[in-house]
Ligand binder design. Structure first.
Ligand code: DGL
Length: 275
C-alpha cells in the first residue's frame, strides 16, 4: 500500500524489537541515514518474543505500532525477526497509509534469492521464527531452486543479552549449534535474529570465512533508504538529530547492555504502555 500524501520527510523513523537486539538495525540505519531521527522501542516487559504465541506477538506489535504512530513516525521498522515472521501482515493492515512498514525478513530474502550459486541456505533464529517457516516459504517463492534449512538456536539470545560473546563459553555454544546435521552442508547462512550481528565474527571463525553470512541489519538499512527515497520521505534537514530510546520495562542491566548493540551509551526511557 503506498504511503499517505500527508507523511513528511521530517517525521521520525520508528523501530521496534522485543528488547535491545533491534538496536543493531537502528545502528545500521543511523550509519546509512545520519539525518533521520529515530524513535526506538524495546518491549523488554515481554522479552523474549521467541517463545511466545503468534497471537501474543501480534497483540504486542500492534500496540507498539500505535505508540510509534502517536510519536508521528513516518515509517515503522519491525526490527525483530520473530515479530516480522508472525505479525508483519497484522501491523501493515493496522497501520494502513499512516506510515510505511518494513520488516527484517523481506530484504534478506530479496538479496539471497538473487544469488543463483547458493542452493542450500541455512537460517539460525528463534523458535518462533523457525516454527513459522517464513524464510523457507518466502525464499522458495522467490527462487524455487533454493532449499532452506532452519535451526532454532534459543540459547543465543540470552547469551548475547548477558554480554557473553567473544569468549570460551560463547564459542562452545555457537560451535555446538553450527555443528548440527541440519545445517551441515550449507552454502550461506542467514542470521535470522537481530541479536546475531554481535556474534558474526565468531560465526565467521567457525566457517573459516568460507560461508557468506547474511546479516539483516545492513540489508534493512538499504531497504529503508530505498523506500524513503521512492516515497519522497527522506529528511531534507542536514542536522544530526537527537534520537529517543524507549523500553517497556526499565532496568539498569538493559541500559548497560545497549552499548554492545549501539556502540555508544544511550539513555533509555521507560514508556509505560503496559502498566
Ligand atoms: N531480536 C529478536 C529476533 O530478531 C529475538 C529476541 C527474542 O526472542 O525476543 O527474533
Amino acid at each position: 500500500m503506498p504511503a499517505s500524501e500527508n507523511l513528511r520527510g521530517n517525521q521520525p523513523i520508528g523501530i521496534f524489537d522485543s528488547g535491545i537486539g533491534g538496536l543493531t538495525v537502528a545502528r545500521a540505519i543511523k550509519e546509512k541515514l545520519p539525518y533521520e531521527k529515530l524513535i526506538y522501542f524495546g518491549d523488554t516487559a515481554h522479552l523474549p518474543y521467541g517463545d511466545k504465541s503468534p497471537d501474543s506477538i501480534k497483540y504486542y506489535s500492534i500496540r507498539i505500532a500505535q505508540f510509534l504512530l502517536d510519536n508521528h513516525c513516518k515509517m515503522i521498522v519491525i526490527a525483530c525477526n520473530t515479530a516480522s515472521a508472525l505479525a508483519y501482515e497484522a501491523v501493515k493492515d493496522f497501520v494502513g497509509k499512516r506510515a510505511v512498514v518494513v520488516n527484517v525478513i523481506d530484504p534478506v530474502v530479496q538479496k539471497i534469492s538473487k544469488e543463483k550459486k547458493l542452493k542450500n541456505i541455512g537460517v539460525i533464529a528463534t523458535k518462533g521464527t523457525i516454527k513459522s517457516g517464513i524464510h523457507a516459504s518466502k525464499i522458495k517463492k522467490a527462487n524455487a531452486k533454493q532449499e532452506v534449512h532452519g535451526l532454532a538456536t534459543p540459547l543465543l539470545v540470552p547469551m548475547i543479552e548477558e554480554g557473553f560473546f567473544n569468549n570460551k563459553i560463547s564459542r562452545s555454544i555457537i560451535n555446538a549449534y553450527l555443528s548440527r546435521p541440519k545445517i551441515k552442508n550449507i552454502d550461506a547462512l542467514i542470521l535470522g535474529c537481530t541479536h546475531f550481528p554481535l556474534i558474526k565474527p565468531e560465526i565467521e571463525e567457525f566457517y573459516n570465512n568460507k560461508i557468506p553470512l547474511i546479516d539483516s541489519a545492513e540489508e534493512v538499512a538499504e531497504q529503508v533508504y530505498q523506500l524513503l527515497k521512492k516515497n519522497n520521505l527522506l529528511n531534507p534537514s542536514q542536522k544530526i538529530p537527537v534520537h529517543h530510546f524507549y523500553v517497556s520495562d526499565y532496568t539498569d542491566a538493559f541500559e548497560k547492555s545497549t552499548r554492545f548493540f549501539f556502540s555508544e551509551t544511550i539513555r533509555l526511557q521507560e514508556a509505560r504502555i503496559w502498566k
